[in-house]
Write a protein that binds this ligand. Sequence first.
Ligand code: YZS
Length: 259
Amino acid sequence: MAVINTQLKDNIGTITFNDPEHRNILSSTMIDEMLQSIGALQKGKMRVLVIRAPAGSKVWSAGHDVHELPLPGRDPLSYHDPLVTVLRSIQSLPIPVIAMIEGSVWGGACDLALSCDILIGCPTTSFCMTPAKIGVPYNVSGILHFMNIMGVNFAKEMFFTAEPLSAEQANRAGLLNHIVEAAELEAFTYSMAQQITRNSPLSIGVIKEQIRLLASAHPLSPLTFERVQGLRRTVYDSKDYAEGIKAFLEKRAPVFTGE
Ligand code: YZS
C-alpha cells in the first residue's frame, strides 16, 4: 500500500504522508515514493509543492526509520542515505515547497520540514531533534541547516536537550513562518500557494537557488572537513550509538556511558 498520496491541482502539487500506523516515518519506501512523486509532479508543471500529513494528525512524521539506521561502523546519515537524498532534492527543487504541519515532528523529519521553504503550523505543531537521544552524530549539512535557520543558540538547545519545541517557541526561533488554527491550516496554506502560482516561476526559481547557494557558502577547509568527519566517526563507532538504537527498539530508556 502506498505510504504517500499525491495530488496535482491548479499547478499546486501535494504530497500527503499516509503511514499512520508507523507515524509517517521517513522509511526508504516513503522516501522512494516521495522522490518518484516529485519527479512526476515536476513533469506536470507544478509551481508549488505542499508536503503535509492528513488533517488531525497527532504526528506529522516520526523521522528516520530507526530500524534502517546502520549498526556501528557505518555513517548513519551519509551523502547517499535516502533521507539525506530527499532533503537535497527538496532544497534544490526550483519551486517553493511549503511544509503544512499539524502534530509533532521528530528527528530527520525536522530536517525535512526545514528543507522546505515555508513552514506553516498550528497550535499542535512541535519539533523535536533527537540525535542525542539515540546517540547519532548528525551530519554537517544538517547542522548547518539548523544553524542558518534558527541561529546557534536555539539549535544547540534543540540538539542538546532533545526536547520538543512548541509551536510558539518554533515561531520565535524562526522555524515556523505562521501559526494558524488547525481548522484554518489548509485554507491558509493553499491560499498562499495559489498566490505564489500567480508570480513568475522563473524569478522565484532563481531567487530560491540564489538563497540556497548563499546560505550554504561556508568555506570549510579540507582539514576542518576531515576533522569533523573524524569526530562524527567516533560517535557512530561508539557503544553509545549501538545502545541508543537498541534501547529504542526495545522501547526502553538508553543508558549512555560516553564510550
Ligand atoms: O511497535 P510498533 O511496531 O507498533 O511500532 C510503533 C513504533 O515503533 C513505530 N515508530 C517508529 N519506528 C521506526 N522509527 C521511528 N522513528 C519510529 N517512530 C515510531 O511506530 C509505531 C507507533 O509508535 P508509538 O510509539 O506506539 O506511537 P505513539 O505512542 O503515538 O508515539 C508517537 C511518537 C512519535 C511520539 C513515538 O513513536 C516516538 O517517540 N517515536 C520516535 C521518534 C524519534 O525519536 N524519531 C527520531 C528518529 N531519528 C532520526 O530521525 C534521526 C536519525 S536523528 O535521531 O539523528 O534525528
